[in-house]
Design a protein around this ligand. Structure first.
Ligand SMILES: C[S@@+](CC[C@H](N)C(=O)[O-])C[C@H]1O[C@@H](n2cnc3c(N)ncnc32)[C@H](O)[C@@H]1O
Length: 232
């Protein structure tokens, strides 16, 4: 197995093992609690991104990639009639299923690096996923996203900006060229994953090459987010 394949496998294992503690990151609990001021900044910026997402008029079909424990699936329930949610971890799918308890969501356990798109959607959404796609697989991933959107259909994506307080207190985050990063569980177990921090221009160009007209925005500290339309 090549090094990158091993890391991508570990990345799946990391999120499987982390499933029960995953939401601590988003809700700033335990190792992710960075103090009142930072937490307030975080939630304020989450609200900005959420508001931008909810500006999308209602659609019929949404595809959510790497849907995780359903933090954003919950938001998508207000926008789409039906949501297809894909993730490689049955553990996170089980949590999302029990939290949302919605017949509008259909879940599929699928590895996005071997996934073959087989339908077109009005909106394709992914949060905190693109940063985990290694550079050599980015173009092929975005081309599959393109195949999954109807002409004139939309994409919305959210990801992390480089900001040390976004991750756990015991994670070292360095804005260097090495996109392999070490992540730990609450019990200290370590995993290697891929994490890339995109600059707005870079992301805009990549999406444009992939057939999307995209508006890329950043919040003051934590998030980069994109609303785009498929033009070819
Ligand atoms: C940072 S989490 C984001 C989850 C969710 N979108 C959110 O914003 O909370 C990354 C997700 O990618 C999933 N994942 C990791 N590798 C994957 C792969 N190869 N194919 C599909 N999903 C994968 C993990 O199980 C995890 O749920």
């Amino acid at each position: 197995m090549m090094m990158i394949d091993k890391i991508l496998q570990q990345q799946i294992e990391y999120y499987r093992a982390r499933a029960k503690e995953y939401d601590e990151w988003f809700y700033r609990i335990g190792r992710y609690n960075r103090g009142e001021e930072n937490n307030q900044r975080w939630f304020h910026e989450v609200a900005i991104v959420r508001e931008a997402l909810h500006k999308i008029p209602d659609v019929d079909d949404i595809l959510e990639l790497a849907s995780g424990t359903g933090i954003w699936t919950q938001e998508l329930l207000d926008i789409g009639k039906k949501i297809t949610a894909i993730d490689a971890s049955e553990e996170v799918i089980a949590i999302s299923r029990s939290k949302l308890a919605s017949s509008k969501v259909e879940y599929y356990k699928t590895d996005l690096f071997t996934w073959q798109p087989n339908a077109e959607y009005d909106l394709v959404f992914f949060a905190f996923w693109l940063s985990h796609v290694p550079p050599n697989l980015l173009d092929s991933f975005l081309s599959k996203v393109n195949q999954s959107v109807e002409i004139g259909g939309q994409i919305f994506l959210i990801d992390s900006c480089f900001e040390p307080t976004s991750t756990a207190t015991n994670h070292i985050i360095e804005d260097d060229d090495n996109f392999y990063k070490t992540r730990k569980l609450n019990n200290g177990q370590e995993f290697q994953i891929v994490k890339i921090f995109y600059q707005p221009d870079e992301l805009q160009n990549k999406l444009n090459q992939a057939g999307f007209q995209a508006e890329v925005k950043i919040t003051d500290n934590y998030f980069i987010y994109v609303h785009g339309k498929k033009f070819r």
